[in-house]
Design a protein around this ligand. Structure first.
Ligand code: CA
Length: 463
């Protein structure tokens, strides 16, 4: 056989081999897994990738380095349950009256995520996904609100608004309820953050060879009660304020638990094609520790959990999808309501996206396909109609506390909301006030009350 034809045949075989590899749908062309990680009451500046020098978070920092870090990333509420209602629906939760925390009322069919709403996991099920939730639920105690009634195939976690961290530790009744696995009580076996991390890692391993999956991993850490493992407390002796040290140790445990999940993704070769979101459900709370000073750090933002200032709802915000999204920084305003439509788009199932969403598909923006802003306007309200409002348009933000005061800030120049420009720019105030009024037409009054405070100061009634 002449040398040339042997070479030609070898070359043709190589070509066929390449073509068949391409046709066999490479891994990255398959639907991505979706992992939504939520921290609870995490301070804006209390993880390494946000600038903390005090609290070591190597695993989150590594994830951040693999992510597009959204520096103007928001959640839709400055406290727990309403943010989760927004996350689960892609809609402003005010549209269906979910503006407060539901009390732990297993007999109440109203205190929970309205059954009228279509949920994120239910849509992912329709897109062919296995769906699981691990951690804090806080979207209703009645059995009709159970995660497995709202789109999750499996669940393990604490159904209330929080939980004690060590088995048998001190905490209110809601924080003492047994953990729940697929509708049945189950004992807590270890430090809760670690147990949630283990459960999430097991989910990742269990679904490695099956259909694509979505996992909602909602830690209750570092929300109170302040309870941390001794090993972390010892590593954080440089933090003098003992409340802050415990809070920091809870964040370290959270970081380690997330590290365990990331390691399992790597080990099962799923990391490259897993779309990961990381947010806190609201800003760090303003809780004075034993020393009398606050122990969470939202700097450089103003305010804390509960406020419609940036410290209440601008949060650490990461989006990572190695095969599709280049790591870096993204600075246009985005909101956690966007996760639902973004995930459906990533799953090539945008046709399932409901037409009543407030969230948008972020993929064209995060991949650089377009440089436009994903949102013209973003809105917040806490305390029902007449409560505290905020609206952001571009760099400008209007804050309205009750019906009386209007404050205007230029966030691009003044992220700490220190200089009220309302008197200087009455036209902008007028425009944004009108935008709030228009938005409020699409909202309703809260359908249930928080078990305790949560009302704006301006609206408090005298007893
Ligand atoms: Ca929270």
């Amino acid at each position: 056989m002449p040398l040339e034809s042997a070479f030609l045949r070898f070359f043709m075989r190589l070509l066929i081999l390449f073509a068949s590899l391409l046709l066999a749908a490479p891994v990255w062309a398959a639907k991505p897994n979706v992992l939504l990680i939520v921290a609870d009451d995490l301070g804006y500046n209390d993880v390494g990738f946000q600038g903390s020098k005090e609290i070591p978070t190597p695993h989150l920092d590594k994830l951040a380095a693999q992510s597009l870090r959204c520096t103007n990333g928001y959640v839709s509420h400055p406290f727990c349950s309403p943010t989760r209602a927004g996350l689960m629906t892609g809609r402003y939760q005010h549209r269906f009256g979910h503006e407060n925390n539901p009390a732990w009322l297993p007999e109440s069919t109203t205190a929970g995520l309205a059954l009228s709403e279509t949920t994120f996991p239910a849509l992912m099920q329709q897109a062919g996904y296995a769906t699981g939730a691990v951690g804090k639920w806080h979207l209703g105690a009645h059995p009709q609100f159970h995660p497995m009634k709202r789109g999750f195939d499996e669940y393990f976690g604490a159904l209330g608004g929080g939980h004690v961290y060590f088995p048998g530790d001190k905490g209110g009744p809601e924080y003492q309820i047994p953990l729940n696995r697929n509708g049945k009580d189950e004992a807590q076996t270890k430090y809760l953050t670690e147990q949630f991390g283990d459960e999430a890692a097991a989910f990742v391993a269990r679904h490695a060879d099956g259909k694509p999956w979505m996992l909602y991993l909602a830690f209750n850490a570092p929300h109170t009660p302040l309870q941390a493992p001794q090993e972390w407390l010892e590593k954080l002796k440089h933090i003098e304020n003992t409340s802050r040290r415990t809070y920091a140790a809870m964040i370290c445990a959270l970081d380690a638990a997330i590290g365990g999940v990331m390691a399992k993704l790597d080990e099962t070769k799923q990391r490259e094609n897993t779309l990961i979101y990381f947010v806190s459900d609201n800003g760090g709370p303003n809780l004075a520790g034993k020393s009398g000073t606050n122990f969470t750090d939202n700097s450089p933002l103003r305010g804390a959990k509960g406020a419609v200032y940036e410290g209440g709802m601008r949060v650490p915000f990461l989006v990572s999808w190695p095969v599709k999204i280049k790591p870096g920084v993204y600075d246009q305003p985005v909101i956690a309501l966007d996760f639902l439509p973004t995930s459906l788009a990533a799953a090539e199932s945008s046709d399932l996206t409901p037409n009543n969403l407030d969230g948008v598909n972020l993929l064209p923006f995060l991949t650089g396909e377009t440089s436009a802003a994903p949102h013209e306007l973003l809105f917040w309200r806490s305390g029902g109609p007449g409560g505290n409002n905020a609206v952001r348009r571009g760099r400008m933000k209007l804050v309205r506390l009750g019906q009386t005061t209007a404050e205007l800030y230029d966030l691009a120049a003044d992220v700490g909301e220190t200089k009220n420009l309302a008197a200087e720019k009455p036209e902008v105030v007028k425009d944004l006030t009108a935008a709030i009024a228009e938005w409020e037409k699409g909202t309703v009054a809260p359908t249930f009350e928080s078990p305790k405070a949560g009302k704006p100061t301006a609206k408090k009634k005298k007893k």
